[in-house]
Design a binder for this molecule. Sequence first.
Ligand SMILES: [Zn+2]
Length: 467
Amino acid sequence: MALCIRNGLTNRKEPFVPIKEGEVRMYVCGVTVYDDIHMGHARSMIVFDAVARYLRYLGYRVVHATNFTDVDDKIIARANERGIDPLELSAGYIEKYFRDAASLGVRMADMYPKASENIDCIIDMVREIVDRGFGYATPDGSVYFEVGKAENYGRLSHRRLEDMEPSGRIASDEQKRDPMDFAVWKAAKPGECSWPSPWGDGRPGWHIECSAMVRRHLGDKIDIHGGGNDLVFPHHENEILQTEAVTGDVMANYWMHNGMLQAKGEKMSKSLGNFFKVEEVAGRFDPQTIRFYFLNTHYSSPLAYGEEALSEAKSALSRLWNNYRDLVSYGKSGPASGDGAEAEAAAMEAEFREAMDDDFNTRAAIEAVMRLVKRTNRGMGDGSLSASGAAAAAAAMRRADEVLGILPPDGDGGDGLLDSVMEILIGLRGELRGRKMYDLADGIRDDLKKAGIALEDSSGGAKWKRT
Ligand SMILES: [Zn+2]
């Protein structure tokens, strides 16, 4: 089976065919940087990080872009409150974003375009929209996209323009012709940051930045466009209109949206005040736990946030880590003969791929890893598993983890430093017991226990795990 993606444009799972063979260009709408990011943002970041990682696992060359909206009403308002420049405010939060992303184990995207650094291409696109008859300037120097001129409005949100109009309204300070029209260029108000344009000083509307930056950095048409469910309407719908107005083609072939993280029955958001900052949660839970928590639910489903569920994820993960470490050390010290787990390891990788190929089903992918743990655990328990079989199983888990990012990092009981040190200590303790120096051997075991490591003696030698 090949990779299939549920496409928001058609609401169907479709086989993934890239525009250019072997390459995937993916754009994911990022954050408006006027405050710290919260767990709702973390979900989207982790989901699309896993998508990019899996595409790379499949061998695609991936160009992954995520933007920062660094000029908007909220940023300007907050900067004015603090008496600083809006771009200084957003730069500070961008810096924090990268620290938070690292605390989630999220790998860097290939580019992070910012609205403020792409004003020229945004102005070019606005001009083209006007020239092609899809936009109009107002006397105050704003430019609006005329929604009535576009065909296929609502193709992503699957709504009809006629059904939406009654709820539309025109704010008293706007000069647009129709309530559904939206600003692609906003005339500067006194005290706002602005850039010169053919229509006077102003700044970009929100939707236009994504259309313009995708076009400049990734091209007229891309493979995957992602973002949260809350962006389908109107943000992505309007992105499609803008791009189509100038290229005559749909902006992206596949549209993927992650489900909302909910708290107190509503979408977690800054404005509702029901949010948990990444910085705080990442202070209590390691990146792997947070990733496991999110990836254990399909990306498109809504998810109710709860610290209890995070604690449960932590316990489940700690069992997985212990099993993984057992496999690694058994792979070094287990019997040379016995059942090889090579077939099981290969089966797990096939199941893992099948799950991920099915619209990035990370939950089923994690289950595949867990099944391998169960199978090999039995073999380690009764000593029937061979060392090479255990090593093959651990290596297969490591490969799957290139996508999931839930196993301990190298050097922490993965196959690194801690493992080597424990091997030395276990060897030393065995030596002491052999010389009947039981008090010293027990002393090592007791001291390790105090440090949070339990030793268990078994027929295949001593094993260690974190308590
Ligand atoms: Zn966007």
